[in-house]
Structures are given as C-alpha cells and as structure tokens.
Design a protein around this ligand. Structure first.
Ligand SMILES: Nc1ncnc2c1ncn2[C@@H]1O[C@H](COP(=O)(O)OP(=O)(O)OP(=O)(O)O)[C@@H](O)[C@H]1O
Length: 308
C-alpha cells in the first residue's frame, strides 16, 4: 500500500546499498489506499550507458498523487532514470513498473507526460498554435474539435500563458517556453508527469509559480509528479524525495524526515550526512518515521506539508 494511509505499521529504518529505507511487516505491497498500484515501483533497477552503470541497483516506490523530487548533483543519473521511466532508455535491467505496467508498455503512452530539459516547441508557431498542433495528434478528427479547443484553452490557462497565447514561441523567454512544453504535456491529462529540471534558469518568482502549479496539478487532478532538480532548496517543495548520487539511491523519504538527520536541519545537510555515512561503514542514520520502505508500503501522513 502506498499513499497517505493513516494507521500504518511501524517501520524500522535501515541503511543499505539501496539508500535509506525502512523495513516493515506490511504485506500489501505497492498499492495505494484504493488498491491501485503505486505510480512507480523499482527493484534492483540498473541502467548501463557508455559501457558503465550510471543508475545502480535502485529500489524505491513513488506514491500516486504526490509531488516527488528527484534530487542530486549534475551527472548523478536523474535524466537517465526519467528516460527509463518513460520507456525511452536502453539497457535497463531490474524491475520498473509504471502505473502498474512495465515501463515502456504501449498502454502507458497516453498516461504519461514527459517534459525534457530542452523545451520542445515550434518557434515559428504561437503558443496557441503549438498546443493546437499537439492536440490534433492526441485528439484527431472533426468529432474532437470541441474537445481539442477545450484542452488547448485549459492547458494555456494552467500554465498561466493566456496573455501570450498568440505570441510566437520564438519570442518567449526561456521560462515561458518551458511552460509551453509543460502545457503540451498537460494536454493529454496524464496520470504521471515526469519533469526534467523544469525550473532550471528561472528567477525565484517563476520558480515559485511553477512549483505552485505542480502542487495544484497534484491536488486538483490527483496527478503524480516526478520533478528533477540539482538545486537542494527545491527539496523543500516536495512531498517526497529520492536523493541520488553517482547513480545510487541515497535516500527515499520526506523532506521533513531528512531534515531530522542532521543538526543543521536542512535537506542539503542531510545529503552530505548521507554521503559521509555511506563512505563510513557503521550503523547508519537514525530512523525517519516517513521513510519509504522501498518495495513495501509508503508512509503515512506527512508531518509537514511542503512549502509550495
Ligand atoms: N548518451 C550517453 N552516453 C554515455 N553516457 C552518458 C550519456 N548520457 C549521459 N551519460 C552519462 O550518464 C551519467 C548520468 O547522466 P544523466 O544525464 O542521467 O545525469 P543527470 O543527473 O540528469 O545530469 P544533469 O543534472 O546534468 O542533467 C553521466 O555520468 C553521463 O556522463
């Protein structure tokens, strides 16, 4: 069972090669309270690129309807993991289930939205035309005309670009172009949104606005968001975090539980603490009550909601 299920069993935290996680006795596996499979379940997930493993033996679960941050330094494997999740990465071994299907299954195509680091928009089309072009692929034919229009209008509103709907994409700022890419991903109302460093290069106000949008999407539609970043302060904005380093999972927990791992009380300090503990064999960090039990159930209520 995953998600915010009250009355969960007690978990015992362990540190393993797969990062910090808990051991527990729950038997109900990777489902949420409604009996649906978790958004993501990985076991022993490894990806080889350029002849070497760049994602190594990851085991984690991502609950539905929450904003999960995938954080770690440049080159640690975030994009590679995301590509594995959306089914575009070769040389993936281990288990990776997405919305209850093996990653890359045809049944997932319309259920996942993926926004890469490079905005995929046509510069010589307006925002509206860009969205209309993608909507025509998703909802082809005359019968869907009204639905197409509604989907485009809603996506433009979602990303707060109504004032720029008729501006050429080539004349937009970097942040605005990123939002057009996001709007394209939102057109199909995906159940899982995978966003690769969507806030990179944005000023603090735009970053805050985008994070607000991510939370609205999760809260209003029950969409699961997996958002990567190499900026540790973005961790505070997530319900859950996967911390990666050198392709390995350092932690899978809530920001609140991670903050408690170090005296400084920040996720960045927790990251350093975990790196140091991984380098020094020992008993490992103290338990965090919100740790994800890896392949087992996810945590109960979050003691501190993320800063939107
Ligand atoms: N096409 C490729 N061929 C071989 N190795 C690659 C290729 N692309 C990436 N890598 C290697 O895989 C590792 C993980 O890269 P990845 O792009 O997944 O990291 P990242 O955490 O997303 O980095 P960034 O934050 O800079 O985008 C890196 O060591 C990188 O050098």
């Amino acid at each position: 069972m995953t998600g915010d299920t009250p009355g969960r069993t007690m978990h015992r935290m362990v540190r393993s090669e797969r990062g910090v996680r808990t051991e527990d006795g729950d038997e109900d596996g990777d489902e949420d309270g409604a009996g649906r499979p978790a958004a993501l379940t990985a076991r022993g997930l490894t990806v080889v690129r350029g002849g070497r493993p760049v994602v190594r033996d990851l085991t984690f679960t991502v609950p539905r309807g929450r904003v999960t941050g995938l954080l770690g330094p440049s080159g640690c494997g975030k994009t590679t993991l995301m590509r594995a999740i959306v089914g575009t990465q070769a040389k993936v071994t281990g288990t990776l289930d997405v919305l209850g299907h093996p990653a890359g299954a045809a049944a997932l195509r319309s259920r996942i939205g993926y926004v890469t680091q490079a905005p995929s928009v046509y510069d010589d089309l307006t925002v509206h035309q860009n969205l209309a072009a993608f909507a025509a692929i998703l909802l082809p034919g005359r019968a869907h005309r009204a639905a197409r229009r509604a989907a485009v209008d809603r996506a433009v509103e979602d990303v707060d670009l109504a004032d720029h709907a008729h501006v050429l994409a080539g004349r937009l700022s970097g942040g605005q172009r990123s939002r057009v890419s996001l709007a394209v991903a939102l057109l199909g109302t995906p159940e899982l949104l995978v966003l690769d460093e969507p806030t990179v290069g944005l000023d603090p106000v735009l970053r805050r606005d985008l994070w607000d949008l991510f939370h609205r999407i999760a809260a209003d539609r029950g969409t699961t968001l997996l958002v990567s970043s190499h900026v540790m302060d973005e961790a505070e904005r997530c319900h859950r975090l996967l911390l990666l380093r050198d392709g390995a999972l350092l932690a899978d927990d809530t920001p609140d539980a991670l903050r408690r791992l170090s005296p400084a009380g920040t996720v960045e300090a927790a990251f350093l603490h975990l790196v140091e503990s991984a380098a020094t064999p020992g008993p490992g960090p103290e338990p965090g009550p919100d740790a994800n039990p890896g392949p087992g159930p996810a945590p109960g209520p979050h003691p501190q909601e993320p800063r939107p």
